[in-house]
Design a protein around this ligand. Structure first.
Ligand SMILES: [Zn+2]
Length: 230
């Protein structure tokens, strides 16, 4: 009887780990789909897209985007094009410097919880004007731009401390900003951190090179994300 119970417990553990595997697998599959699309974009071998009336009518009934992309408003960084995806595929949140405030977080939460996207990509990009402006900021910026600069400033400080040429400092700041945004999301969105903890949402951090067209992953520290400090 005791052996039976141990076997049952083992079975349950295997079942649970199997389920968790299956769930996080969805996020990995979604990421692969985006990276395959980016390869097509770089190679100039775009997939055939259904942009017709029937597709629009089908999507009018509801959307199930397989990924959420948070990226910069920069006109050279359109996620649907650089990942070569079609209508209804990607739920996009765009703001200069790809930073988050409660409204951007709410949009991400909507995509993850209500639409059930298994993947969130935080995508910074080379030569980002918002990051560059933050590095060069002096005094109080005009209008509402200051709110964006304030968000990027901690990354700019890290990059300046690390030093290097102007281009190197900008590149460090761009990558650091993506890492900071990741920590910001995990800290300030209980919904997102909960979904990540449950294995229902995968978060990937990446940088898009506006010259080569390539998206490259940004390495993240292995520490527990919810407690990550920057
Ligand atoms: Zn930018």
């Amino acid at each position: 009887m005791k052996r039976f119970r141990i076997l049952m417990a083992l079975f349950v553990i295997l079942l649970i780990s199997g389920l968790v595997f299956a769930v996080s697998e969805k996020g990995n599959e979604a990421l692969q789909k985006l990276m395959d699309g980016n390869k097509r974009f770089v190679d100039g071998t775009f997939a055939q897209k259904d942009l017709g009336k029937a597709k629009r009518e089908e999507l009018a009934k509801g959307q199930t985007p397989f990924a959420i992309v948070l990226t910069c408003s920069d006109s050279r960084v359109p996620p649907e094009l650089l990942f070569d995806q079609g209508l209804g595929d990607v739920f996009v949140v765009r703001v200069a410097g790809n930073v988050v405030d409660p409204i951007a977080l709410g949009s991400i939460e909507y995509g993850a919880e209500h639409l059930g996207s298994p993947l969130l990509v935080i995508l910074g990009h080379s030569k980002c004007g918002a990051v560059k402006a933050t590095l060069e900021a002096k005094g109080k910026p005009e209008g509402n731009i200051g709110a964006i600069i304030k968000k990027i400033m901690p990354a700019a400080d890290v990059a300046k401390k690390k030093g290097g040429t102007q281009d190197e400092i900008l590149e460090t700041a761009i990558k650091q900003n993506v890492k900071n945004v990741y920590a910001d999301i995990m800290k300030n969105s209980k919904i997102v951190s909960h979904l990540v903890g449950e294995g229902k949402l995968t978060i990937a951090t990446a940088e898009y090179d506006i010259t080569t067209g390539k998206v490259e992953m940004i390495e993240m520290p292995k520490a527990a994300p919810a407690k990550a400090k920057h």
